[in-house]
Design a protein around this ligand. Structure first.
Ligand code: UD1
Length: 418
């Protein structure tokens, strides 16, 4: 297993091309199950989660080939409707095959994702939504076995909370249902708009793109897709925050400057200079950070996937920062590791109170989940001395060559066998 070794204290300078978004690639790969294909996905990031999703599609009978960032997926010969425990346990997003399999084959058997490091993460919204569309299910041996009773029929579904993958799953399930489906309190993340564009390009009739109400008029068949994955706003945000902590100046290309309104506002309040320029974002910092309060919210609020990274930045600040996590109940795993580097953080229920200490010291720390790993990388880049981060497979799930990208803009960072 590899570890990441960082000699901190070097400002980042240069240009980094942002990769395609993990959280768009995963649902879009699943959407390929809806019609035989071949489907072409462009700007696909090279990530462990993407490879896991492709292994899952293969287990269902699909074939694929990758040429650089372009994936061609053929799902003409599906011969299974089961997503096994071995694949689902490593990646919760595997549950996204449920909707497409029900729409195409009328049946799906998917292992329940179970808990994960950042909380319980149930799938009750997905199952309640499918029930409204005429799907019955049983839970047995840790699997949900779902069957369409006759044909899926459109219905109005109102989520208790705007869940990202539940919105995507119901969308994919409903595109070929009879009649109209309305999803109310839908999640509005840009990755869902990417999925809507793909589905409409395949012949679906979905209105309300980007809004909290989606109207889906069922169609009888879909055709092949060709779509570009949107840029990864979480990778973008992670790099912007890194510059806030280390100082320096970066230009991020191949991005979309409209996707992170809440982060820009907070970074500016913290004293980091951010300039948006269509598909580029420029960021500059001098390592001086002002404390700001953060509360995670569904899009367009502050993303929970950037909370850990922002907390690392606040450690380098002056004053008190109140960070409140409202999406997941246990997403402070990085706190204990940041404390090992000298951070002063107290947890009080869903909030963390960070007293900026101005600087951190390098230490041996352990990655606990994907975004917690990114926060430790940021802390290590700006800390004094040597930081060693073990269990980096978490980082490989969702960042495409982060170590390579950072080292090309001046960071003293490399991987090493542990
Ligand atoms: C997605 C993202 C993840 C991000 C999260 C929140 C993907 C592949 N993953 O995860 O990176 O951190 O959105 O922005 O896109 N909930 C229920 N019942 C359900 C579904 C969700 O109670 O059936 C709860 C969850 O426990 C959580 C909240 O709703 O508290 C939001 O979760 P959700 O939006 O579903 O997250 P994911 O789609 O799993």
């Amino acid at each position: 297993m590899d570890k990441i070794v960082i000699e901190g204290g070097t400002p980042l300078r240069g240009e980094i091309a942002i990769s395609g978004a993990k959280n768009a690639a995963l649902p879009l790969i699943c959407a390929c199950l809806l019609a035989p294909g071949p489907h072409i996905l462009e700007n696909v990031p090279d990530l462990r989660d993407v490879r896991t999703m492709l292994a899952l599609l293969e287990a269902l009978g699909a074939t694929w080939k990758r040429d650089g960032a372009t994936l061609t997926i053929d799902t003409a010969n599906l011969n299974s409707f089961e997503a096994s425990y071995d694949l689902v346990k490593t990646m919760r997003a595997s549950v996204l095959v449920l909707g497409p399999l029900l729409a195409r084959l009328g049946r799906a058997r998917v292992s329940l994702p179970g808990g994960c490091a950042i909380g319980a993460r149930p799938i009750n919204f997905h199952l309640q939504g499918f029930k409204r569309l005429g799907v019955s299910h049983q839970l047995e041996d840790g699997y949900v076995d779902a069957v369409v009773d006759g044909q899926m029929v459109g219905a109005t579904i109102c989520f208790d909370f705007p869940s990202v993958t539940a919105t995507e799953n119901i969308l994919m399930g409903a595109v070929m249902a009879r009649g109209e489906t309305v999803i109310k309190n839908a999640a509005r993340e840009p990755e869902i708009a990417n999925l809507v564009d793909m589905l409409n390009g395949m012949g679906a009739r979905i209105r309300g793109r980007g809004g909290d109400t989606l109207l889906i008029e069922g169609v009888t068949r879909l055709r092949s897709a060709r779509i570009r994955i949107v840029p990864d706003r979480i990778e973008t945000g992670t790099l912007l925050i890194a510059v806030g902590a280390t100082g320096g100046e970066l230009s991020l290309s191949n991005g979309d400057s409209t996707m992170l309104p809440a982060l820009y506002a907070k970074l500016r309040a913290a004293g980091v200079r951010v300039r948006e320029d269509q598909d580029r974002v420029h960021v500059a910092g001098n390592g001086v950070v002002r404390a700001v309060d953060i509360k995670t919210m569904p899009y367009p609020g502050f993303p929970t996937d950037l909370q850990a990274q922002m907390m690392a930045l606040m450690c380098f600040g002056q004053g008190l920062s109140l960070i409140t996590e409202t999406i997941f109940e246990n997403r402070f795993m990085h706190v204990a590791e940041l404390r090992r580097m000298g951070a002063d953080i107290r947890i009080n229920g869903p909030s963390a109170i960070v007293s900026g200490v101005g600087k951190l010291r390098g230490a041996r720390v352990m990655a606990t989940d994907l975004r917690a790993s990114a926060s430790l990388v940021i802390a290590g880049l700006a800390a004094e001395g040597l930081t060693q981060i073990s269990r980096v497979y978490h980082l490989d799930r969702g960042y495409d060559d982060l170590v390579g990208k950072l080292s090309r803009v001046g960071a003293k960072i490399h991987r090493e066998a542990e």
